[in-house]
Design a protein around this ligand. Structure first.
Ligand SMILES: Nc1ncnc2c1ncn2[C@@H]1O[C@H](COP(=O)(O)OP(=O)(O)OP(=O)(O)O)[C@@H](O)[C@H]1O
Ligand SMILES: [Mg+2]
Length: 403
């Protein structure tokens, strides 16, 4: 049973949510309050799993209350409610320790879904504390089969947003091995790269993996692609698999820039991935490539729940409309990153990602929403096939056998 406390200065909203949750068999509302002070007090007394907290309240506001709760009761997860679709509020909520946010007016099914999602995070933590199993980092891979569609832009800004939101250990891995751009886009100059780990796979562990990553001023670390294209060969599919297994022991969130090349190494990365973000731009060649990629994923047995569509450069003039992209690919996009003529280009040229320059831009807001979705679900709670049934990706040759 997930134990929940509701705090909102509007008694109507509290009772509405209570009514909605009444029908959920696994959720129990253990207390309600109409102001921040009483809410914090109630949380201290009842030790709920999840608090749903309004951001704007007279007296102690939601942000202060969230901070008071998360700093003293790490087992309690906070979901923020706000009427303001305001990125600054959102960021402050995440900094205050909130795990998720819900916008008012409330969507009936959404509240319970979000409560279950953040509860999944706290359950993972509790297991870790009990020593049940070592907690593994979550791997999110961004892949844009068309090339030049914004894969590196999305991957870098997503990693930064995840770090800002969660304050957890975040690494970006450049798996575009021949011509990876993560180093240049983050203005990192270092010869250490994933090839160093691939050369010594037998010595791999969390400590060695961390040593080879480069610290960025934002707080994330980066595992760079080899500095020369020919060194990409060192990173075989088996090496990639083992590198990622070591990296996910060392970091909580791993964002992979998968680039655009469908190789055995990329398939090995996908095999280790919890959530694959497939990028398309609003043009037919890109949509066609994602269509082909979806077929490949199906052929190698990657379940639908493990991959999501993201539209990059959405709203581009003369581009295919987002709803037409979704219709033609037969799946909904979980995010649409808007077209921005200047931002990504300036960011790439200056080595300063947009999220660090101006997080208020629509592009960064879309990335933040994506970050929230990525952290909102844990690998464990996703309806994946059980491990025994999860087929191993056996490389591109396996596809020929199926043809
Ligand atoms: N949302 C966007 N709006 C407008 N331009 C964008 C957007 N995202 C990326 N770009 C631009 O598209 C180009 C490619 O971006 P990026 O390097 O992120 O793509 P990529 O998919 O990683 O490319 P590659 O396949 O070469 O690795 C760059 O010029 C970048 O400035
Ligand atoms: Mg790239």
């Amino acid at each position: 049973m997930i134990r929940v406390v509701l705090v909102d200065d509007s008694a109507d909203i509290v009772s509405n949510i209570e009514r909605l949750l009444h029908f959920e068999p696994d959720i129990e509302v253990v207390g309600t309050a109409n102001d921040g002070e009483t809410g914090v007090q109630l949380v201290r007394e009842t030790h709920p799993d999840v608090v749903v907290l309004d951001i704007n309240m007279p007296g102690m506001d939601g942000l202060t209350a969230a901070e008071a709760i998360t700093s003293t009761m790490p087992g309690t997860q906070v979901i923020m409610m706000s009427v303001q679709d305001d990125v600054d509020y959102l960021r402050r909520a995440m900094v205050a320790g909130a795990r998720d946010y819900i916008l008012k007016p409330l969507d009936a099914g959404e509240v319970s879904t979000r409560i279950r999602q953040v509860y999944g995070i706290s359950e993972g933590k509790a297991k870790q504390a009990a020593g049940d199993e070592p907690e593994k980092g979550r791997i999110v891979t961004v892949f844009g089969p068309r090339g030049g569609c914004g894969c590196t832009t999305v991957a870098i800004n997503l990693a930064l947003a995840l770090r800002a939101f969660t304050k957890r250990k975040v690494v970006i891995v450049d798996a575009a091995l021949q011509f990876g751009d993560v180093g240049v886009m983050l203005n990192l100059h270092d010869n250490r790269s994933i090839a160093d780990l691939a050369r010594k796979v037998d010595e791999l562990d969390a400590g060695f993996a961390t040593e080879v990553t480069i610290a960025h001023t934002s707080g994330i670390r980066a595992l760079l692609a080899p500095s020369r294209p020919e060194a990409a060969e060192l990173v075989t599919a088996d090496a990639m698999r083992r590198v990622l297994q070591a990296v996910r022991q060392a970091f909580d969130l791993v964002v992979i820039d998968g680039g655009h090349a469908l190789t055995d190494t990329l398939l090995a990365a996908i095999d280790e991935t919890d959530q694959l973000l497939l990028l398309t731009t609003p043009d037919i060649p890109s949509i066609k490539n994602v269509r082909l990629m979806l077929d490949v994923l199906e052929a190698i047995g990657v379940p639908d729940e493990r991959r999501s569509l993201v539209i990059s450069q959405a709203g581009r003039r003369y581009g295919v409309k987002s709803e037409d992209i979704e219709r033609s690919l037969g799946c909904r996009a979980i995010a649409a990153v808007p077209f921005d003529e200047a931002g990504p280009l300036l960011a790439a040229n200056q080595g300063r990602p947009m999220f660090l320059v101006d997080p208020e831009t629509p592009l960064c807001q879309a990335i933040m929403a994506l970050a929230s979705l990525v952290t909102g679900t844990t690998a464990k709670e996703q309806p994946l096939a059980p491990p025994a049934e999860k087929p191993k990706v056996r490389g591109l040759r396996a596809l020929w056998a199926k043809a």
